[in-house]
Each structure stands twice: as C-alpha cells, then as structure tokens.
Ligand binder design. Structure first.
Ligand SMILES: [Ca+2]
Ligand SMILES: [Ca+2]
Length: 209
C-alpha cells in the first residue's frame, strides 16, 4: 500500500450539471475529508474531489459507471455529507459503487465490496458488519448495481440502486461523515491497477437534517 494520505478539505459550492446540490444542506457528499489510496489505486484521482461528490452516475445493471474513484486494495475514503444523515424510518443512506452483472446475467455479478462506517467527528467510526468473503456480501457496499444517473428521486429511492444502510442497525441517531474501506479478499481483476478495489461513485442521505 502506498503510504500516502491526501487531505483534501475542499468544499465545492453550487450546483453541478447533473443538478445535484453541493451546498450545505445537500443530501449528497459535498467534501472529501480524507483519502488514503490502497494498492492499485489511481483511476479517477485526477478528477478529485468532484468525482465522488454529488449525485451518482449509474449505467444500469449490466455496466459499471466510470465516474468513480478507485480506492485500491485496502484503500479508504472519508466524506462529509451536506447535512447530517439521521435515523428515519427504514434505510437512511445509499452508497453507490459500480457493481454490474456480467453480460446482464444476474447470476454473475462483478462485485468489489467495501465496509461502510459513519462518524460524528470524522475520526471515530462505527461500521456496519460486512462479509466481504462470501456472496451475497451481506452488509457491504459495492454489491448492487446503480440505476440512478443524476439526482436521486428521494420519493422512489428503491429505483436508484446502490447499497442501503440503516442507522438503527448501529444504534446511531445521526452522523456527519461516511467512511468506506476497501474490503476485497478475492483479487484477480479486482486487483488490476489503476482500478483496483472498491470504486466509489456517490453517497446520498435518504434522511437528513
Ligand atoms: Ca433508519
Ligand atoms: Ca475496481
């Protein structure tokens, strides 16, 4: 692993072409708090931080988005949300990666799992339990294809795709930061630079202050 930590406390102001709001109060990530690339990272770094902020750019069930940042094997990233995610009814957070079904065959997903955690201070994180070694990788992000391309319809969030998380499962009422740690234990294509490991597209808070 490269021992590089990029601190990019860059908050972007305003709306993007996809309509997602990057100002405080936005349901999306609006700032990269910390990025520590893992082995084989590189893809997407020239477009930091924008590439992981705002709305997802999903390509549907049979193709993965290229509007992503590859974390590399063992890499991690911490993002600040535009507004604290809160524990509302059901799921509260969606993490969008670029998982897809090879050739559209539902039985052959290409999955690069990541472990998701939340924090109120950006330092101490509580993670959802994730099993990265065994399909269906319950509790991990990077599992479900992304359908939404542009602003997520918050009235029909099941249609957005991505992997969903409920703060109630952690006993946490609200959080300001989201961390994703690459958790790939099966390598092969998943280890190929510069796209190794978890590929982050976007995050959205379904319930927020
Ligand atoms: Ca909830
Ligand atoms: Ca990857």
């Amino acid at each position: 692993m490269r021992a590089i930590t990029l601190l990019a406390s860059i908050a972007l102001v305003g709306c993007r072409a996809d309509g997602s709001d990057l100002t405080p109060g936005s349901p999306y990530a609006i700032e990269v708090h910390q990025f520590t690339p893992g082995t084989g990272a590189g893809f997407g770094q020239e477009h930091m931080p924008d590439i992981v902020l705002g709305a997802p750019r999903g390509f549907g069930a049979s193709m993965g988005s290229t509007d992503v940042l590859s974390l590399g094997l063992g890499g991690r990233i911490v993002l600040a949300l535009g507004a604290p995610v809160t524990d509302g009814e059901g799921d509260d957070l969606i993490v969008f990666e670029n998982a897809f079904y090879i050739g559209g065959v539902m039985a052959a997903p290409f999955i690069e799992p990541g472990i998701v955690g939340v924090s109120s201070d950006g330092v101490n994180f509580t993670e959802w339990p994730c099993d990265p070694s065994t399909s269906p990788h319950t509790g991990c992000a990077g599992v479900t294809p992304v359908i939404a391309n542009g602003s997520v319809d918050l009235s029909d969030t099941q249609a957005a795709g991505g992997d969903r998380f409920d703060l109630a499962d952690l006993g946490i009422a609200e959080a300001n930061y989201v961390r994703i740690r690459d958790a790939n234990v099966v390598t092969g294509m998943r280890a190929n630079p510069p796209t190794a490991g978890f590929d982050l597209d976007a995050i959205v808070a379904l319930h927020h202050r």
